[in-house]
Write a protein that binds this ligand. Sequence first.
Ligand code: SAM
Length: 269
Amino acid sequence: MDFKFKKKYGQNFLTDTNLLRAIVGDAGVQENDNVLEIGAGAGALTEQIALATSGKVVSIEIDRELEPILKKNLSKYSNVEIVFGDILRIAPSEIAAKFEGKPFRVVANLPYYISTPIIFYLIESALPITSITVMLQKELADRICAVPNTKDYGGITVILGLYGSIRKCRDVPRNMFTPQPNVDSSILSINIDENHRADISDISKTVKICFAMRRKTITNNLMHGLNQPRDRVEQVLLECGIDATARAESLDKENYIALTQTLKQQNLI
Ligand code: SAM
């Protein structure tokens, strides 16, 4: 392949067909599924997705220089459309239109440098996503799977835990990528809980405020983030049955749901 890999775009490509097939299997792609891929690269994963479904496969790629390689590698798959652009700058409505508003899965070997913003983009978009199966830096995957009261438990753990059920499918060593990165990876699959798809954006706001300064109490973070006096915040927490001296990492998913509902009712978010 006559191509200069760009570090700034997190270009670590996969070539092992067994691994690529395994990722598509982890994603549970079925015959008629529509699939969104982020980061087509040279099209190796795109090709395995296209082989698994006759539904539409849309892949977003930021690097225009990959166009001739992608054309060559994917020309025989009529169900594949490559869209050149930055996923974070593409309006969710444009993606919805590509699938005519129908549900779709997300499958991606994500660029490390923006994995977290891409995940937030997807879950806050309210798009009809049924599952997200992504390759992530192992440390980020461990954080997403963490339990309360541990160092790894953070805003992204809570938000993704509410968005759906998370499964760690496999660890992938660094030597499986070209060029080889300095980190190992894991594949996570999230099956989306439709009940929370609509209100995840509000819950996400609450969680981000509560985790803004990890070592401060939740009261302090809410006072600061909502610009409200202490007594008002303490009253809200009392109504939700949450200890005002608690820290964000000790609250569980249900606490965050209750807190978000109360903040909304009182027009505080
Ligand atoms: N899917 C290929 C594979 O598995 O071999 C490539 C994966 S590589 C880790 C990530 C890909 O995402 C690269 O091709 C990179 O150019 C692309 N990319 C980086 N930032 C992007 C962005 N903001 N929007 C869309 N694609 C992006």
